[in-house]
Design a protein around this ligand. Structure first.
Ligand code: 0RA
Length: 674
C-alpha cells in the first residue's frame, strides 16, 4: 500500500510539470499532433473538442454535446459542462480561457488538481489549442458565473482580450462552445464528411451512456461533399451504453441469450465495461476500446476478456452437468462462434502499440478485465440460467461441428478432392500456371458463362460458371459447404483449401472476379458470394484479391463507331461527342423503347444492356474482360462486412428486422436514433 501511494504521488508530480509553449510547433508539424493533414486529421479537430465535452460528461458535469456544420465548413461544438474557466491563470498571468486556447501544454489539463479536473478526463486529447492553431478562425464562448464570455482567434492568435458579451437569465447555466474553420493552407481538403462524423458520434454515444449527441448539417445542398441522400440531423442517446452497442451490432440476427450480459466495475484504477450476446451465426465480432479509442488489434483487455470467458463457461458447464467430465474442456475457439462483445476500459496512462493505437499494451489491464468479467459472468449465469444454457449449448454445437467438419474435411481431403488434381468439369481453366497472372471469372448463368468462355483470353483467364442454388452460408457448417454443388467446385478451383487448411500460397488465381448481372438476382448472388468470401476467405478480401466485373450499361453506335458507357453520365458525354446537344432529351427518348432506341434522324443507336447474356463473346471481351479497357471494382473488407450484414438481414429468419431494414433504407427522413 505504502509503495503504491508513493508511486502515485510521483506520477502526479511528474505529470503536473507543464511545459508551456506557443502554437508554432503545431502549425509547423501538424502531423505530430493530429496524425496528418488528410481527411482523418481534419476530423481529428472535431474529435478533440468532442473529447473535452465527453471528459466533462465523465466528470458528471455535462449531459450533452451539439455539433453543427455550417456553410464554408465552419463547425460549432457546444456542451453544457462547467465552461472553460476565465479567471487569471497563475502560470501565464492571462485568462485561463486564453491559456487553454493559445498555449500548447504537455501533460495534464489546465485548471490543475485544485479544479477537480484530472484523471477522469484527458483521455487522448492533445488539447483544444491544437484545434485553434490549425484553424483560420476560431471563436470560444463560455457560459459561467451568470455571464457569457467570448474570445476570437486567427491561426491560433487571439484577436483581442476575453470579453463579456452577455448575461444569463439562469445564473447556474454553464457550458462551452468552440467554433472553428479549418485552415485551408494546412488541410488540402477542408470538407467535413457528415457520415464519418455521424458514425464517430454514434460510437462515442454508445461508449458514454446517458450522454446526448446532436449533429446537424446546414451546408448548402449543392455542396459536393454533402451526402445528398443523408438525413441532415441525427441524435444519439443510449441509456444502456454498450449494451445498446451490442444490440446494434446484432440487429437483424437471431440471438441465443435474450438478455445481453453486462458488467461495469472499477478496480485498481481501471474502469471496465463489458457486454456480450451470442447469435446463431458463426462469426465473432469483438470490439475493444481503451479510453474511447477503438483498438482493432485488441490487446491486454481482449486477452483478459477471452481468458475469463473460456474459464467461466467451462466452470459453469461442468458444475451444471452441461459438459461431462469425459468431454474435456471447451476451447477458446469453441466459445468464439456467434459471439458479439464490446469491451471498454478507461486507464490513466494508456500504452498503445503502433501509431494508430491499434493495440492496448498496459499489462495491468489483463488481470483486471479478466477478474471483472469472470465475476460478472458467473453472477449473470447464476441469475439467468436459461441464457447460460443457450450460450453453452451454442459453444457445444461449435465444438461438435468443428470435430465433425474436421472429420468430414479430412475424409474429403484424403480423397484429394480439394487438392486441385481433380479440377471441376465446369471449370474452363487457363493455360498459365502462374497464379500472379491468372484470373478466375465466377460467372452467373449458363449463357453468360458460354460467352465468357468463348470471349476470354485463355492463356490467363479461367471461367467457372455458377449453377444451382447456393447454400445458405449463414446456416451451413464447413463440411456442408465443402460438399455443396456450387461452392465445392469454386473451392477446388481456387486451390487454396478452406478453413484450417487454407493456404494462400496455393491459391491458383490472384484475381477472382465476380461477374453477375446488374439486376436483383445478380445482386443477391454477389451478396452471397461476398459473404462467403468474407466468412471463409477473409485474407483474400483483405488483401484485395476479389473483384467485381463492371459490364457496361449501354452500347452507343453511330455509323461504324461503337462506344460503351458504364454510367449514365458517361452515356450523356458520348452522346454529346456524337453531336447530340441535349443529352437528357436523348435519354428519355431511349427510355421510351426500353431496351434500345434510335435517336430519330441522328443515325445514333443506343442499346441498353439488361444482362450479360445479351452480349456476344466479342462484346463481352471488349467491354468487361479485356484488361486494357475493362472497368473492375476491387472489393474492400468494408464492402464484404456490409454484404455480411445485409445477408443476415435479408436471409435471417427474423422477419421484423427485414422490414425495418427496407424501410430505413427506402426513406430519407430525419433519423433520431434515440
Ligand atoms: C480547463 C479546465 C476546466 C475545464 C475545461 C478546460 C474545459 C474545456 C473544454 C473544451 C470544450 N469543452 C470544455 N469544457 C471544459 C475545468 C473547469 C472548472 O474547474 O470549473
Amino acid at each position: 500500500m505504502a509503495t503504491k501511494k508513493t508511486a502515485k504521488k510521483k506520477a502526479y508530480s511528474a505529470s503536473s510539470i507543464q511545459v508551456l509553449e506557443g502554437l508554432d510547433p503545431v502549425r509547423k508539424r501538424p502531423g505530430m499532433y493530429i496524425g496528418g493533414t488528410g481527411i482523418e486529421g481534419l476530423h481529428h479537430l472535431i474529435w478533440e473538442v468532442v473529447d473535452n465535452a465527453i471528459d466533462e460528461a465523465m466528470g458528471g458535469f455535462a449531459t450533452q454535446c451539439h455539433v453543427t456544420i455550417r456553410p464554408g465548413n465552419e463547425v460549432s461544438i457546444s456542451d453544457d459542462g462547467r465552461g472553460i474557466p476565465v479567471d487569471i491563470h497563475p502560470q501565464t498571468k492571462k485568462s485561463t480561457l486564453e491559456t487553454v486556447m493559445t498555449v500548447l501544454h504537455a501533460g495534464g489539463k489546465f485548471g490543475g488538481e485544485e479544479s477537480g479536473y484530472k484523471v477522469s478526463g484527458g483521455l487522448h486529447g492533445v488539447g483544444v489549442s491544437v484545434v485553434n492553431a490549425l484553424s483560420e478562425y476560431t471563436r470560444a464562448e463560455v457560459k459561467r458565473d451568470g455571464k457569457i464570455y467570448q474570445q476570437e482567434y486567427k491561426a491560433g492568435v487571439a484577436q483581442g482580450k476575453v470579453k463579456t458579451v452577455g448575461t444569463l437569465k439562469n445564473k447556474k447555466e454553464t457550458g462551452t462552445t468552440i467554433t472553428f474553420r479549418p485552415d485551408p493552407t494546412i488541410f488540402p481538403d477542408t470538407t467535413f464528411r457528415f457520415k464519418y462524423i455521424v458514425d464517430h458520434l454514434r460510437q462515442q454515444a454508445y461508449l458514454t451512456k446517458g450522454f446526448r449527441f446532436i449533429i446537424e448539417d446546414f451546408r448548402d445542398s449543392s455542396d459536393p461533399m454533402k451526402e445528398a441522400r443523408f438525413p441532415q440531423q441525427y441524435g444519439f442517446y443510449f441509456d444502456a451504453g454498450i449494451i445498446s452497442f451490442v444490440e446494434f451490432l446484432n440487429r437483424g440476427k437471431e440471438v441465443r441469450n435474450k438478455t445481453p450480459f453486462y458488467v461495469e466495475k472499477e478496480q485498481d484504477g481501471v474502469a471496465v465495461e463489458v457486454s456480450l450476446q451470442y447469435t446463431q451465426s458463426f462469426k465473432e465480432h469483438v470490439y475493444a476500446f481503451a479510453n474511447n479509442v477503438y483498438n482493432p488489434e485488441g490487446g491486454t483487455h481482449v486477452a483478459g476478456f477471452r481468458a475469463a470467458l473460456t474459464r467461466v463457461i467451462n466452470a459453469y458447464a461442468k458444475k451444471n452437468n452441461l459438459l461431462k467430465e469425459k468431454d474435456g474442456n471447451l476451447t477458446a475457439d469453441d466459445v468464439r462462434e456467434g459471439l458479439t462483445a464490446v469491451i471498454s476500459v478507461k486507464v490513466t496512462d494508456p500504452q498503445f502499440e503502433g501509431q494508430t493505437k491499434a493495440k492496448l499494451n498496459n499489462v495491468e489491464v489483463r488481470g483486471v478485465v479478466s477478474s471483472v468479467t469472470a465475476e460478472g459472468l458467473m453472477q449473470y449465469f447464476e441469475e439467468n440460467p436459461k441464457d447460460a444454457k443457450a450460450i453453452i449449448e451454442k459453444c457445444l454445437l461449435s465444438a461438435r461441428a468443428r470435430l465433425a467438419a474436421r472429420a468430414a474435411k479430412d475424409a474429403v481431403l484424403r480423397k484429394g478432392a480439394l487438392e486441385g488434381f481433380t479440377l471441376p468439369g465446369k471449370l474452363a481453366d487457363c493455360s498459365s500456371r502462374k497464379a500472379e497472372d491468372s484470373e478466375l471469372y465466377i460467372v452467373e448463368g449458363d449463357s453468360a458463362g458460354g460467352s465468357a468462355k468463348q470471349g476470354r483470353d485463355r492463356t490467363f483467364q479461367a471461367i467457372l460458371p455458377l449453377r444451382g442454388k447456393l447454400v445458405n452460408v449463414e446456416k451451413a457448417t464447413l463440411d456442408k459447404i465443402v460438399k455443396s454443388d456450387t461452392l465445392k467446385p469454386m473451392i477446388i478451383a481456387l486451390g487454396a483449401g478452406i478453413g484450417d487448411t487454407f493456404n494462400i500460397d496455393k491459391l491458383r488465381y490472384h484475381k477472382i472476379i465476380l461477374m453477375a448481372d446488374a439486376d436483383v438476382d445478380g445482386s443477391h448472388i454477389r451478396t452471397l458470394l461476398l459473404t462467403f468470401f468474407y466468412r471463409y476467405y477473409e485474407p483474400l478480401v483483405r488483401d484485395g484479391y476479389i473483384y467485381i466485373a463492371q459490364p457496361p450499361l449501354y452500347q452507343i453506335k453511330k455509323g461504324k463507331q461503337v462506344r460503351y458507357a458504364y454510367t449514365d453520365a458517361q452515356k450523356n458525354e458520348i452522346l454529346k461527342e456524337f453531336g447530340i446537344k441535349d443529352a437528357t432529351v436523348a435519354e428519355s427518348d431511349s427510355e421510351a423503347d426500353d431496351a434500345s432506341a434510335s435517336l430519330k434522324g441522328s443515325g445514333i443507336h443506343i442499346q441498353r444492356y439488361k444482362g450479360l447474356g445479351e452480349m456476344n463473346p466479342e462484346q463481352l471481351w471488349e467491354t468487361t474482360m479485356d484488361p486494357a479497357t475493362r472497368v473492375m471494382y476491387q472489393v474492400t473488407i468494408e464492402d464484404a462486412e456490409e454484404a455480411d450484414k445485409m445477408f443476415d438481414v435479408l436471409m435471417g429468419s427474423d422477419v421484423a428486422p427485414r422490414r425495418k431494414f427496407i424501410q430505413t433504407h427506402a426513406k430519407n427522413v430525419t433519423n433520431l436514433d434515440v
